[in-house]
Design a protein around this ligand. Structure first.
Ligand SMILES: Nc1ncnc2c1ncn2[C@@H]1O[C@H](COP(=O)(O)OP(=O)(O)OP(=O)(O)O)[C@@H](O)[C@H]1O
Length: 193
């Protein structure tokens, strides 16, 4: 069970989450949808334990991993090194597996400057997934990625068997998810699913 109950998030005068509650099963892919600025990133940060909140409770699987909206790639590390850097020594052999998941085979020795926007996004996604964890949180994971490829990658993520919560503006991506949580413009109201 993934449970968030009565959580409030304020940025100075602005209330983004107002006694917000959400209950999700611990399997499958959940999409957060809604207009820009409605609080999707804020909610993902709450679930990752990165966001200071007022009141309420959260019951979440251990070791959440969050893909940020920005790629945060390192210009001086190759594609393969980005993955190897987050793997423990005894799992270094998995680099190819994570690159294949993100359809980045053959790019292992490329540097970020040589990647297209969508390729950079897929590298950031592969790196986040390689971290492992009990809950996968993805903030706009397929920015710049064509819809057919995004669909293939999302099905591979589903096969990992770890619960996923993602934000997306892309209808093709949202349609592939198991459930959708619509977040309205601020202030947010109670949304239990
Ligand atoms: N650090 C911050 N300081 C002040 N206000 C913030 C901060 N972070 C977010 N906000 C505000 O909180 C609201 C929700 O932002 P958030 O990034 O969660 O929205 P979002 O739904 O993810 O948007 P987008 O789809 O554009 O990524 C916005 O009004 C934004 O201006």
């Amino acid at each position: 069970m993934i449970l968030i109950k009565n959580i409030t998030v304020r940025y100075e005068e602005k209330t983004v989450l107002d006694r917000f509650s959400l209950e999700l099963p611990e399997h499958g892919i959940t999409a957060l949808s809604g207009p820009s600025g409605c609080g999707k990133t804020t909610l993902l940060r709450v679930m990752a334990g990165l966001q200071p909140v007022e009141g309420g409770t959260a019951v979440l699987p251990p070791w959440p991993v969050l893909l940020f909206q920005e790629n945060r790639l390192l210009p001086w590390r190759t594609v393969g090194q980005h993955i190897a850097d987050v793997l423990p020594r005894d799992r270094r052999g998995e680099v190819g597996r994570w690159l294949a998941l993100a359809e980045l085979e053959g790019e292992e020795n490329s540097y970020p400057a040589a990647l297209s926007g969508g390729m950079g996004r897929r590298l950031a996604l592969a790196r986040a997934l390689a971290c492992g964890g009990g809950l996968i949180l993805l903030d706009e994971p397929f920015t710049g990625v064509d819809a057919p490829r995004a669909g293939r990658i999302l099905e591979r993520i589903r096969a990992l068997g770890t619960p996923v919560v993602l934000s997306s503006h892309e209808k093709e991506v949202v349609d592939l998810c198991d459930r959708v949580i619509p977040l309205k413009g601020p202030p947010l109201h109670l949304a239990v699913f």
